[in-house]
Design a protein around this ligand. Structure first.
Ligand SMILES: [Cu+2]
Length: 313
């Protein structure tokens, strides 16, 4: 069974994944047995009851109660097993344990934001403790997205104007991939994130230190780390190439033409506004798709990003 699991599904790394897999394999194995049995029977009967002579006529058969009941009851039992098993698994997956650690998830085209109980926000990185249920309360800032962690066998749509939630308990430390599984526009396939599972101790250390600014690092270097961590690079390049958004290369003090024809110089205020209110002014030839980082990036962090952009000429 282990071989089979690995062949079809990634390793199961949550407490509930085993139950999902068991049902999946039950349905698969039952289907294969039925497929083989029915195919064999069809071929065997086609051969056994083949026409042997001119006057070989099939007698009129109106019905066969025993057979009909058998082929109705067996599938009914199978379907009820799958229903009961599926329902209990579904209920288990939808009701988070009371002591779950809660994280707010905000989906934006095309990144994931995770808001922790101490006010810290991480982008495209979900940090959680091992062996502790984690409940995610999710919503979207724009279109419908879907939160999927293959290793945990959990998937739930993330909607605008409504909360949905999902929970999991990781059983080992390490990393797992998060995918968006609802087509949400041009960079949908880049809308991935990572779950980092820590020991309880490491998790607390991470939570405490995550917001601390490394004073020993030059601001431009902190800015560079921030644009990577904040998902900016899904849409912006630093080598001059045009992606979903304009490149950061040569942006500092450049003249940018807006949709309405206004020409703006890319100074501190312009960059700050672009990050906090991206839709206040839209660059000519680009779509208004950048998410706002209001509440995600602090003033100090925006300073660091500006310092970094200054170095990219
Ligand atoms: Cu998405």
């Amino acid at each position: 069974m282990n071989r089979l699991t690995e062949f079809m599904l990634p390793p199961a790394k949550s407490t509930t994944a085993g139950e999902v897999d068991a049902l999946f394999h039950f349905i698969n194995v039952t289907s294969i047995i039925l497929l083989a049995g029915i195919t064999f029977t069809i071929i065997y009967f086609a051969w056994k009851y083949r026409r042997r002579s001119e006057d070989d006529v099939t007698p009129v058969i109106t019905h066969n109660s025993k057979l009909e009941i058998t082929w109705s009851v067996i599938p009914l039992i199978l379907v009820m097993i799958v229903f009961g098993w599926g329902l209990s698994g579904y209920m288990n997956l939808t009701t988070a344990p009371d002591d779950a650690y809660e994280v707010r998830v905000v989906a934006k085209s095309w990144l994931w934001e995770f808001h922790y109980q101490n006010g810290h926000v991480s982008v495209n990185e979900l940090h959680v403790p091992v062996d502790r249920p984690v409940k995610l309360v999710m919503s979207s800032d724009d279109v419908i997205h879907s939160f999927f962690v293959p290793d945990y066998r959990i998937k739930r749509d993330v909607l605008p104007n409504r909360y949905t939630s999902v929970w999991f308990e990781a059983i080992e430390t390490g990393e797992s991939i998060i995918h968006c599984t609802e087509y949400c526009g041009r960079a949908h396939s880049d809308m991935n994130a990572t779950v980092f599972v820590h020991t309880q101790e490491d998790f607390e250390t991470w939570l405490e230190s995550a917001d601390a600014i490394d004073e020993d690092m030059p601001p431009a270097e902190r800015g560079e780390a921030l644009v990577t961590r904040s998902g900016c690079m899904a849409c912006h390049s630093t080598d001059g190439s045009r992606m979903v958004g304009p490149t950061f290369q040569g942006l500092w003090m450049a003249e940018r033409t807006m949709e309405d024809g206004e020409v703006v110089t890319a100074d501190e205020n312009y960059i700050r506004e672009s990050i906090l209110e991206p839709n206040a002014r839209i660059n000519e030839g680009y779509d208004p798709v950048m998410p706002s980082y209001q509440g995600t990036l602090s003033d100090r962090q925006i300073d660091d990003i500006i310092e970094y952009i200054k170095t990219l000429d």
